[in-house]
Design a protein around this ligand. Structure first.
Ligand code: AP5
Length: 190
Protein backbone atom coordinates (compact mmCIF):
# COMPACT_ATOMS: atom_id res chain seq x y z
CA UNK A 1 0.00 0.00 0.00
CA UNK A 2 1.68 3.20 -1.17
CA UNK A 3 -0.43 6.28 -0.78
CA UNK A 4 1.43 9.24 -2.25
CA UNK A 5 0.73 12.97 -1.91
CA UNK A 6 1.92 14.80 -5.02
CA UNK A 7 2.36 18.40 -4.03
CA UNK A 8 3.30 21.69 -5.66
CA UNK A 9 2.15 25.09 -6.81
CA UNK A 10 -0.41 25.50 -9.61
CA UNK A 11 1.28 24.35 -12.82
CA UNK A 12 4.03 22.38 -11.05
CA UNK A 13 3.11 19.25 -13.01
CA UNK A 14 1.11 17.31 -10.40
CA UNK A 15 -1.50 16.05 -12.89
CA UNK A 16 1.08 15.32 -15.61
CA UNK A 17 3.27 13.25 -13.29
CA UNK A 18 0.23 11.56 -11.70
CA UNK A 19 -0.68 10.11 -15.11
CA UNK A 20 2.77 8.54 -15.37
CA UNK A 21 2.63 7.22 -11.80
CA UNK A 22 -0.74 5.58 -12.46
CA UNK A 23 0.65 3.90 -15.57
CA UNK A 24 3.86 2.61 -13.93
CA UNK A 25 2.67 1.70 -10.43
CA UNK A 26 -1.04 0.97 -10.96
CA UNK A 27 -2.07 3.50 -8.34
CA UNK A 28 -5.49 5.12 -8.03
CA UNK A 29 -5.77 8.88 -8.54
CA UNK A 30 -7.69 11.47 -6.55
CA UNK A 31 -7.43 14.94 -8.10
CA UNK A 32 -9.63 17.23 -6.05
CA UNK A 33 -9.48 19.81 -8.85
CA UNK A 34 -10.89 17.22 -11.29
CA UNK A 35 -13.53 16.14 -8.75
CA UNK A 36 -14.67 19.77 -8.40
CA UNK A 37 -14.62 20.49 -12.16
CA UNK A 38 -16.76 17.39 -12.63
CA UNK A 39 -19.25 18.63 -10.04
CA UNK A 40 -19.39 21.97 -11.89
CA UNK A 41 -19.99 20.21 -15.21
CA UNK A 42 -22.82 18.19 -13.65
CA UNK A 43 -24.40 21.30 -12.13
CA UNK A 44 -24.50 19.89 -8.57
CA UNK A 45 -24.88 22.04 -5.44
CA UNK A 46 -21.21 21.41 -4.61
CA UNK A 47 -20.29 22.40 -8.15
CA UNK A 48 -22.25 25.65 -7.92
CA UNK A 49 -20.49 26.52 -4.66
CA UNK A 50 -17.08 25.46 -5.96
CA UNK A 51 -17.27 27.51 -9.18
CA UNK A 52 -17.21 30.85 -7.38
CA UNK A 53 -14.11 29.91 -5.42
CA UNK A 54 -12.24 28.34 -8.35
CA UNK A 55 -12.88 31.22 -10.75
CA UNK A 56 -11.62 33.61 -8.07
CA UNK A 57 -8.47 31.55 -7.43
CA UNK A 58 -9.51 30.75 -3.84
CA UNK A 59 -9.69 27.45 -1.97
CA UNK A 60 -13.00 25.71 -1.34
CA UNK A 61 -13.63 25.65 2.46
CA UNK A 62 -11.89 22.78 4.27
CA UNK A 63 -15.07 21.24 5.66
CA UNK A 64 -16.54 20.78 2.16
CA UNK A 65 -13.33 19.20 0.86
CA UNK A 66 -12.89 16.90 3.85
CA UNK A 67 -16.52 15.75 3.55
CA UNK A 68 -15.99 14.41 0.03
CA UNK A 69 -12.55 12.90 0.60
CA UNK A 70 -13.40 9.66 2.46
CA UNK A 71 -16.11 8.71 -0.05
CA UNK A 72 -13.76 9.17 -3.00
CA UNK A 73 -10.97 7.23 -1.24
CA UNK A 74 -13.26 4.33 -0.31
CA UNK A 75 -14.51 4.12 -3.89
CA UNK A 76 -11.16 2.47 -4.76
CA UNK A 77 -12.12 -0.53 -2.61
CA UNK A 78 -10.09 -2.28 0.07
CA UNK A 79 -7.49 -4.03 -2.07
CA UNK A 80 -5.98 -1.10 -3.99
CA UNK A 81 -2.19 -0.69 -4.27
CA UNK A 82 -2.36 2.91 -3.14
CA UNK A 83 -3.72 6.24 -4.24
CA UNK A 84 -2.12 9.46 -5.47
CA UNK A 85 -3.55 12.50 -3.76
CA UNK A 86 -3.20 15.34 -6.29
CA UNK A 87 -4.23 18.77 -5.04
CA UNK A 88 -5.13 17.48 -1.58
CA UNK A 89 -4.21 18.42 1.09
CA UNK A 90 -3.88 22.16 0.52
CA UNK A 91 -4.09 23.35 4.12
CA UNK A 92 -2.89 22.00 7.45
CA UNK A 93 -6.46 21.12 8.59
CA UNK A 94 -6.84 19.10 5.35
CA UNK A 95 -3.56 17.27 6.06
CA UNK A 96 -4.71 16.48 9.58
CA UNK A 97 -8.07 15.24 8.26
CA UNK A 98 -6.33 13.07 5.66
CA UNK A 99 -4.06 11.53 8.31
CA UNK A 100 -7.05 10.79 10.55
CA UNK A 101 -9.15 9.34 7.71
CA UNK A 102 -6.30 7.02 6.67
CA UNK A 103 -5.46 6.01 10.26
CA UNK A 104 -9.10 4.97 10.77
CA UNK A 105 -8.53 2.51 7.90
CA UNK A 106 -5.06 1.48 9.20
CA UNK A 107 -3.52 3.19 6.16
CA UNK A 108 -1.07 6.07 5.87
CA UNK A 109 0.72 8.39 3.44
CA UNK A 110 4.02 6.78 2.40
CA UNK A 111 5.54 9.90 0.81
CA UNK A 112 4.82 13.53 0.09
CA UNK A 113 6.56 14.54 -3.12
CA UNK A 114 7.02 18.27 -3.55
CA UNK A 115 7.54 19.32 -7.16
CA UNK A 116 9.47 22.58 -7.10
CA UNK A 117 9.15 24.89 -10.12
CA UNK A 118 10.16 28.60 -10.25
CA UNK A 119 7.31 31.07 -10.45
CA UNK A 120 8.01 32.48 -13.93
CA UNK A 121 7.86 28.93 -15.37
CA UNK A 122 4.58 28.23 -13.53
CA UNK A 123 3.07 31.37 -15.02
CA UNK A 124 4.28 30.48 -18.54
CA UNK A 125 2.88 26.94 -18.34
CA UNK A 126 -0.53 28.02 -17.10
CA UNK A 127 -0.94 30.93 -19.52
CA UNK A 128 -0.12 28.52 -22.36
CA UNK A 129 -2.59 25.91 -21.06
CA UNK A 130 -5.28 28.63 -20.68
CA UNK A 131 -4.77 29.61 -24.31
CA UNK A 132 -5.00 26.00 -25.46
CA UNK A 133 -7.73 24.57 -23.23
CA UNK A 134 -9.67 27.60 -22.07
CA UNK A 135 -9.56 26.47 -18.41
CA UNK A 136 -11.41 29.27 -16.65
CA UNK A 137 -8.83 29.81 -13.88
CA UNK A 138 -5.82 29.90 -16.25
CA UNK A 139 -5.77 33.67 -16.86
CA UNK A 140 -3.06 35.98 -15.54
CA UNK A 141 -5.15 37.63 -12.83
CA UNK A 142 -6.50 34.35 -11.41
CA UNK A 143 -3.14 32.59 -11.69
CA UNK A 144 -1.60 35.35 -9.52
CA UNK A 145 -4.30 34.80 -6.90
CA UNK A 146 -3.77 31.00 -7.00
CA UNK A 147 -0.02 31.46 -6.52
CA UNK A 148 -0.65 33.80 -3.60
CA UNK A 149 -3.02 31.26 -2.01
CA UNK A 150 -0.35 28.59 -2.54
CA UNK A 151 2.29 30.66 -0.73
CA UNK A 152 0.07 31.68 2.19
CA UNK A 153 -2.16 28.65 2.80
CA UNK A 154 -0.58 25.62 1.11
CA UNK A 155 3.23 25.91 1.30
CA UNK A 156 3.21 25.62 5.16
CA UNK A 157 2.45 21.95 4.48
CA UNK A 158 6.08 21.48 3.41
CA UNK A 159 7.23 21.94 7.01
CA UNK A 160 4.23 19.94 8.27
CA UNK A 161 5.25 16.94 6.15
CA UNK A 162 8.93 17.42 7.04
CA UNK A 163 7.93 16.99 10.66
CA UNK A 164 6.09 13.80 9.67
CA UNK A 165 9.38 12.58 8.16
CA UNK A 166 7.94 11.84 4.70
CA UNK A 167 8.71 15.01 2.68
CA UNK A 168 10.71 14.61 -0.56
CA UNK A 169 11.82 17.61 -2.62
CA UNK A 170 11.96 17.01 -6.39
CA UNK A 171 13.16 19.56 -8.94
CA UNK A 172 10.23 20.12 -11.31
CA UNK A 173 12.13 21.76 -14.19
CA UNK A 174 13.14 19.67 -17.20
CA UNK A 175 11.37 17.30 -19.54
CA UNK A 176 8.38 15.33 -18.24
CA UNK A 177 10.43 12.11 -18.42
CA UNK A 178 13.40 13.63 -16.58
CA UNK A 179 11.15 14.74 -13.75
CA UNK A 180 9.41 11.37 -13.66
CA UNK A 181 12.71 9.53 -13.24
CA UNK A 182 13.44 11.72 -10.18
CA UNK A 183 10.05 10.75 -8.76
CA UNK A 184 10.63 7.08 -9.56
CA UNK A 185 13.86 7.18 -7.52
CA UNK A 186 11.91 8.42 -4.52
CA UNK A 187 9.13 5.86 -4.85
CA UNK A 188 11.45 2.93 -5.51
CA UNK A 189 13.38 3.81 -2.35
CA UNK A 190 10.31 3.63 -0.11
P1 AP5 B 1 -6.30 22.01 -9.28
O1 AP5 B 1 -7.02 21.46 -10.43
O2 AP5 B 1 -5.71 21.09 -8.26
O3 AP5 B 1 -5.25 23.01 -9.87
P2 AP5 B 1 -3.78 23.47 -9.42
O4 AP5 B 1 -3.27 22.98 -8.11
O5 AP5 B 1 -3.83 24.92 -9.59
O6 AP5 B 1 -2.92 22.66 -10.37
P3 AP5 B 1 -2.93 22.62 -11.93
O7 AP5 B 1 -3.86 21.57 -12.44
O8 AP5 B 1 -3.09 23.98 -12.50
O9 AP5 B 1 -1.41 22.21 -12.16
P4 AP5 B 1 -0.64 20.85 -11.96
O10 AP5 B 1 0.40 20.99 -10.89
O11 AP5 B 1 -1.55 19.65 -11.89
O12 AP5 B 1 0.15 20.85 -13.33
P5 AP5 B 1 -0.22 20.11 -14.69
O13 AP5 B 1 0.36 18.74 -14.70
O14 AP5 B 1 -1.66 20.30 -15.01
O15 AP5 B 1 -7.25 23.00 -8.45
C1 AP5 B 1 -8.03 23.99 -9.08
C2 AP5 B 1 -8.85 24.74 -8.05
O16 AP5 B 1 -9.75 23.84 -7.37
C3 AP5 B 1 -8.06 25.40 -6.91
O17 AP5 B 1 -7.58 26.67 -7.27
C4 AP5 B 1 -9.14 25.47 -5.81
O18 AP5 B 1 -10.03 26.52 -6.04
C5 AP5 B 1 -9.90 24.17 -6.00
N1 AP5 B 1 -9.36 23.08 -5.19
C6 AP5 B 1 -8.75 21.94 -5.66
N2 AP5 B 1 -8.36 21.17 -4.64
C7 AP5 B 1 -8.72 21.82 -3.49
C8 AP5 B 1 -8.55 21.52 -2.11
N3 AP5 B 1 -7.92 20.41 -1.70
N4 AP5 B 1 -9.01 22.42 -1.21
C9 AP5 B 1 -9.64 23.55 -1.61
N5 AP5 B 1 -9.81 23.90 -2.90
C10 AP5 B 1 -9.36 23.03 -3.84
O19 AP5 B 1 0.69 20.99 -15.68
C11 AP5 B 1 0.37 22.33 -15.95
C12 AP5 B 1 0.73 22.64 -17.41
O20 AP5 B 1 2.14 22.53 -17.57
C13 AP5 B 1 0.10 21.65 -18.40
O21 AP5 B 1 -0.29 22.35 -19.55
C14 AP5 B 1 1.25 20.66 -18.71
O22 AP5 B 1 1.14 20.11 -19.98
C15 AP5 B 1 2.46 21.56 -18.56
N6 AP5 B 1 3.64 20.82 -18.08
C16 AP5 B 1 3.67 19.84 -17.14
N7 AP5 B 1 4.93 19.42 -16.93
C17 AP5 B 1 5.72 20.17 -17.75
C18 AP5 B 1 7.13 20.21 -17.99
N8 AP5 B 1 7.96 19.39 -17.36
N9 AP5 B 1 7.59 21.13 -18.86
C19 AP5 B 1 6.76 21.97 -19.52
N10 AP5 B 1 5.40 21.96 -19.36
C20 AP5 B 1 4.89 21.07 -18.46
Amino acid sequence: MKNIVIFGAPGAGKGTQSDKLIEKYGLGHISTGDVLRNEIKNGTELGKTAKGYIDNGQLIPDELMVDILAGVYDSFGKEHKGVIFDGFPRTIPQAEALKKMLAEREHNVAAMIELFVPEDELMNRLILRGQQSGRSDDNEETIKKRLNVYHTQTSPLIDWYKSEGIHHHVEGLGTIDEIFSRIESVIDSL
